[in-house]
Design a protein around this ligand. Structure first.
Ligand SMILES: NC(=O)c1ccc[n+]([C@@H]2O[C@H](COP(=O)([O-])OP(=O)(O)OC[C@H]3O[C@@H](n4cnc5c(N)ncnc54)[C@H](OP(=O)(O)O)[C@@H]3O)[C@@H](O)[C@H]2O)c1
Length: 333
């Protein structure tokens, strides 16, 4: 089965997805859509994509497209994904999949009603080194993980108009890079946290640029996490448990190396990839679509639910409210 893909949006991650695509198995990059015809044409030319659409709706409407990769800023994910699912397209949607848990429920309902595959694009889950870490954690080690430490800080100069700082574009470090340590903790402990302690610093645009978090999971297992978009950090993760330590270092969200230490023995697993590592999530989506699965068994809807519910709770704790939510709160008053 050859699955014909369309890309919705022509920004930074759309380009990396397109560059990775030819390393994926089971699909064909068929079209791209932009809000501007010029950008769609340029992106299509640059990436050798045969069709360019000058509106997102025309991509969703196309009978030639089977699956859509959504690469717009987070506040647009809900509307864009809903549009595609309603037209019967399978959807791979960038992270965070929606701005809140309620929106995600609508999308999974739509996927079910329309018989579509739907997955959040948590590419990290399918990177080969992470798959090995997952085997260590959930299949091979005796005793559960007890403690996790992970950081994800990038340095970006403050620009109120950029996606990372503009609240109308879902700005802030938590929803962008902070997503990854929160996902890793939930994946490691395979549950939502029971309690959350969070502290944040805010920019003048009203979004967080630094968050430190302690999440406590059932069984008093803990994760100490941080994220920032004005501080560069090593992006390291360490997971400790009964007689073991796993280190994913550097770049735990797209690792090429991880080690497992038990007593005096350390085993290292290394595996590289070209060019960016987005092909593995695409291969998984293609496999699931070919098998008519609505969700990936390795990244089920419930995992996305656990993450977005946790992000909702963290935002509540630090007082991070986005403009649409302020308007909604005003309407409800
Ligand atoms: N998985 C990863 O490694 C990774 C990395 C980076 C980002 N992301 C996620 O991917 C999403 C996009 O991030 P990005 O860095 O690619 O963003 P970006 O470079 O700003 O691109 C976003 C694209 O979305 C479209 N868009 C639609 N409505 C828009 C609006 N109101 N304002 C600006 N752009 C709009 C634009 O395409 P057109 O103008 O062509 O319509 C734009 O090029 C985010 O949700 C982010 O969390 C994931």
């Amino acid at each position: 089965m050859n699955i014909r893909w369309g890309i919705l949006g022509t920004g930074g991650i759309a380009a990396k997805f397109a560059e990775s695509f030819r390393y994926a198995q089971g699909g064909e990059l068929y079209a791209v859509a932009s809000r501007s015809k010029e950008k769609a044409d340029q992106f299509a030319r640059h990436h050798g994509i045969p069709h360019a659409f000058s509106s997102y709706q025309s991509l969703a409407d196309s009978q030639q497209v089977d699956a859509v990769y959504i690469a717009t800023p987070h506040p647009m994910h809900f509307e864009n994904a809903a549009m595609c699912l309603k037209e019967g397209n399978h959807v791979l949607c960038e992270k965070p999949v929606t701005m809140n848990a309620e929106q995600l429920e609508h999308l999974t309902d739509l996927a079910q009603q329309n018989g579509c595959f739907f997955m959040e694009a948590i590419w990290s889950r399918f990177i080969p080194v992470f798959c090995r870490v997952n085997q260590w954690l959930h299949r091979e080690l005796n005793g559960e993980a007890e403690y996790l430490r992970a950081d994800f800080g990038i340095y970006k100069p403050f620009d109120p108009k950029s996606r990372l700082f503009d609240p109308h574009l879902g700005g802030g470090s938590l929803m962008d890079v902070g997503f990854y340590p929160v996902w890793l903790a939930i994946h490691t402990f395979d549950s939502e946290p029971e309690s959350i302690h969070a502290e944040a610093k805010f920019t003048e645009t009203g979004v967080d640029h630094f968050v430190s978090l302690t999440l406590t999971f059932p069984g008093d297992r803990k994760a100490d996490l941080m994220c920032a978009n004005q501080l560069g950090t090593p992006t390291r993760a360490e997971i400790y448990g009964n007689g073991f330590r796993i280190e994913i270092d550097p770049q735990f969200h797209c690792p090429t190396r991880a080690s497992l230490t038990q007593g005096d023995e350390t085993s290292v697993f290394q595996s590289g990839f070209d060019p960016h590592g987005y092909q593995f999530e695409t291969t998984e989506a293609n496999r699931c679509i070919a098998e008519s699965l609505p969700e990936s068994p390795h990244l089920p809807w419930n995992r996305s639910r656990q993450i977005i519910r946790t992000l909702d709770r963290i935002r509540q704790e630090i007082g991070l409210i986005y403009p649409d939510e302020v308007e909604q709160a005003d309407l409800n008053r």
